[in-house]
Design a binder for this molecule. Sequence first.
Ligand code: ADP
Ligand code: MG
Length: 240
Amino acid sequence: PQRTDVVLRGTDVAVHFGGVKAVDGLSFALETGRIFGILGPNGSGKSTLLAAITRLIPLTRGRLEIDGQDLGALKPAKLAGLGVARTFQTVRLQQELTVRENIQLGADSRSTRAGSVRTGVDEAIARTGLQGLEEHLPGELSYGTQRRVEIARALAMSPRLLLLDEPTAGMNKTERAEISTLLRELRAEGLTQLLVEHDVQMMVETCDHILAMNFGKLIAEGTPGQVVRNEAVQDAYLGR
Ligand code: ADP
Ligand code: MG
């Protein structure tokens, strides 16, 4: 078998909020240059997992490693230096700054790490189809367009690992297909991605590998085809 490099590894990762076991013993490995999907119904712990990976919430148990380095003692501000960029489930743009200025903020915390996919501000704007909108304020744009600004800001960080929390929420079918195409183009350039997404079709079209979860625990893992056919997934997620 071919040797594969693991960018991000989780071992028995758990995050509990009092009695709520939001994430409860997940183990996973993100291989370089692939799109790893996390699928699960609302409240299954997907955003909490991303918050743990980005050091915004402490682990109750388990271990997270980037390139074999323990994330345990790392401050959130250090993640950009490791080449980790993310988007949030709800839009978090600086409302008083223009589109270009928001994306420039990403470039200001750019990773210089080897293996990162280098993307300038203008390139990030072009890739996400934001040309002509650079001088607008976020509030003047549709929700779907604001989401693209967030992706552009993350790309301007020149990440080597991109974490996306439901990037197509609030988008129509055409916009979703455009995002799927963009993520696959970035994969072709070698960018490793962790995609949390609600939309099953988007996941199947986009991911190489999917981990399905419910109530903080793994219920299935495999290729998109295997996961969508899995009975536990259909029961939990597709409401069969
Ligand atoms: P998902 O992103 O899959 O919809 P979340 O990770 O947002 O799920 O939430 C998982 C569970 O953890 C839910 O039951 C949610 O109410 C709970 N939860 C999330 N964040 C907190 C928090 N800061 N404090 C207490 N409970 C939380
Ligand atoms: Mg969420």
